[in-house]
Write a protein that binds this ligand. Sequence first.
Ligand SMILES: Nc1ncnc2c1ncn2[C@@H]1O[C@H](COP(=O)(O)OP(=O)(O)OP(=O)(O)O)[C@@H](O)[C@H]1O
Ligand SMILES: [Mg+2]
Length: 953
Amino acid sequence: MKFRAAGAGSDGIRITMESALTARDRVGVQDFVLLENFTSEAAFIENLRKRFKENLIYTYIGSVLVSVNPYKELEIYSKQHMERYRGVSFYEVSPHLYAIADNSYRSLRMERKDQCILISGESGAGKTEATKKILQYYAVTCPASQQVETVKDRLLQSNPVLEAFGNAKTLRNDNSSRFGKYMDVQFDYRGAPVGGHILNYLLEKSRVVHQNHGERNFHIFYQLLEGGEEDLLRRLGLEKSPQQYHYLVKGQCARVSSINDKNDWKIVRRALTIISFNDSEVEDLLSIVASVLHLGNVQFAADEQGNAQVTTENQIKYLARLLAVEGSVLRDSLIHKKIIAKGEELISPLNLEQAAYARDALAKAIYGRTFSWLVNKVNKSLAYKEGEFPGWRSTTVLGLLDIYGFEVFQHNSFEQFCINYCNEKLQQLFIELTLKSEQEEYESEGIAWEPVQYFNNKIICDLVEEKFKGIISILDEECLRPGDATDTTFLEKLEETVKNHPHFLTHKLADQKTRKSLGREEFRLLHYAGEVTYSVAGFLDKNNDLLFRNLKETMCNSENPIINQCFDRTELTDKKRPETAATQFKNSLSKLMEILMSKEPSYIRCIKPNDAKQADRFDEVLIRHQVKYLGLMENLRVRRAGFAYRRKYEVFLQRYKSLCPETWPTWDGRPHDGVAVLVKHLGYKPEEYKMGRTKIFIRFPKTLFATEDALEVRKQSLATKMQATWRGFYRRKKFLHMKHSAITIQSWWRGTLGRRKAAKKKRAVETIRRFIKGFIYRNYPRCPENEYFLDYIRFSFLMNLKRNLPKNVLDKSWPTPPPSLCEASQLLRQLCMQNMVWSYCKRISPEWKQQLEQKVIASEIFKGKKDNYPQSVPRLFINTRLGNEEINAKVLQALENEAIKYAVPVIKYDRKGYKARARQLLLTQNAVVIVEESKIKQRIDYANLTGRCCASE
Ligand SMILES: Nc1ncnc2c1ncn2[C@@H]1O[C@H](COP(=O)(O)OP(=O)(O)OP(=O)(O)O)[C@@H](O)[C@H]1O
Ligand SMILES: [Mg+2]
């Protein structure tokens, strides 16, 4: 086995094989070759257990996939999962069916070499599920087109049909395949599936007439009864209940909760149409199914001579109709045997037992041959039709083998013998091809081949199949020889012929100790996987697989087209005895081996974790048994004989380069030299590894694990360093960011300011220019040149005026207006004065008003007439200069009610000597009075006044 060319992965969710090494304590190793203790079965099982517990059901042994049935739906088969495995190398992703499927497909496409995937394991281990999942993988991931879709559909839909006719509920599996199946899928040059072909092996026909307790007949019988429309059942003469049919109730479990026959019927019916069955073919096929049921209900009774007679005429009628044969002929052929001796035809009646045997043999033959016909029919629909795909001449083939694994039961019979022989052959093929491909890889890598010790099971294959001396030859001889051959005589013959064979034992040949474990009717084979004891009972019958000649004849006359094709007339005239079952099987196996040998194989070994079909139950005893009989330890031993691990130099260097200063962070030379430097630095000892042409080979897992652990430590220290660097880097980044932001803001602001300043300057220049121009044109009428200037002058005059308005009416200042505003200025000045006057007037109190009125009167009287009048103007008038309290009470009394209007102290100068004497002058309403202290000295009534004179006069 070899890892094929790597394709680059694209998504980031992959768990690489190497990275999963880190978690190996919890989830085990993904490849058993990395088990340190690879010879220990316990270590092997422990690894399986750890992984199973984590729902990791797939593990490799090199490129062999070991799969443990999870018995529960896992989320690992989605379209995304399929995509994840497309074009990716084994070690880049965790183990999966899809990895095997993709690897095979890629080799098929790139190397144009036919491939095959061999899936084995015991009943219920998941072989058929695996096959279906692989087919689905191709259906989804391969290129598509209209025609290709049809082929894909047919490939997928052939499954439900073949399962309906070839699968049954057994104690081990509710959908157990009772035949071996090899399916070829043909791909065109673009890698699109364009056709297919199926080979079937050894259908368990005995199930048609008998089932063990808890088991059922083939699904199709129950599906037809449950799902078939009433009309159809009526035409077939069938009743709905399976209990009515002897062949369906042997195992007493016609109905099973886990199986939905009605639904499955619909699926099968649809699938039949897809694989190109027309209605009449379906009817013919179902007539045969129904006829088997009727045949099972045919009963016999003995007449006086003990000869069998049919007691169920009705069944014969149905049978005759369904198989389109003559009723009486059919009846007779069921109770008579035709012997041709010395050219004469002798008819001998059968006894009850013989008649029942003949009936069952007919049922088995009809069903068995119909099954083969069905496979052929499917093949016709899958056949690669060049016309449909013009121009696509060359095709490659990928085969899927879903075949029973080694079987060891309490009682093992002819079937187990055939099955185990088949597994011996597959093991032989496996060992041969594994060693061959190992050898090829060593050779191509230029590494000396080291012989691998392994158990060559050719000796057992020979024991079974050798001409004349082999068990099958001896069995055939016993079947064919005249005289009373029985199973016992067969055993005796065996003992005689192969008594010295180291892998063969019988009761007689065994030593005292072993003899106890062997019955007298048994022989034991020491298979590569372990020993199996077979009971010879029934070997001859099963090998002969006889059908009375007259029954064959009757069938040959059938007008049912399918039966007609199944029973060929040449059989009757052929003098040669038909091949026995074992020889047929041997021949078909040898053909299968040829087919497989011509292809590059991949292997899937399926294991079932418990007998109860339960999830999360890991039955160690059962698993140990399967590990043994699947030969997994031997697989591992062969795979590990040389080197446990091998990788392309590029891949190895890429992963581990950080462990060596010379290769870290980059190696510029050839990867080969880089790896040499790296492993030298890591201290690999010469016996631990070899350098091939393109790959490094490591002998022991411990070397790899030590490297892996060192990588883990290195990663952690790198991570710590990176964290520190990152923190520093982060801070600096933040600082730089802030600095950058500050600079941006600053420069932006500076720019803004600069722009503003420049705009201001520009405006200033313009203003000055306009101002000058305006000044030049100032005396012109208003025009664009002076408009600004004039406005400005006006504006500044008005602003100046606003600041320097006269504060009061006496303030006569007023700014000088420009010529254009002279009139306005004049008006404003008046307005301003009016305003001042008006607001002054508004503020005047009544007392002040009176003063002013008095002043007006005074002015009228004195203005221009009195020298010092102007000086007196600012001085206020007062009501009186003497208060009443300063006037003598007597005087006041003398004046009685005459109100004093004005009183003033005056001085009287004597006429002589001008002596000054203080007097008071009182003005009343009517008179002027001069008072000397308390005396009124003089009184002059106003009425007596005739005029006035001034001092100056
Ligand atoms: N990958 C899987 N995931 C979930 N369930 C599975 C898986 N494989 C198998 N099973 C379950 O196990 C059952 C048995 O599987 P399958 O029919 O493939 O067994 P087999 O090996 O073909 O047995 P036989 O030899 O009897 O035909 C399936 O019906 C299904 O319920
Ligand atoms: Mg199966």
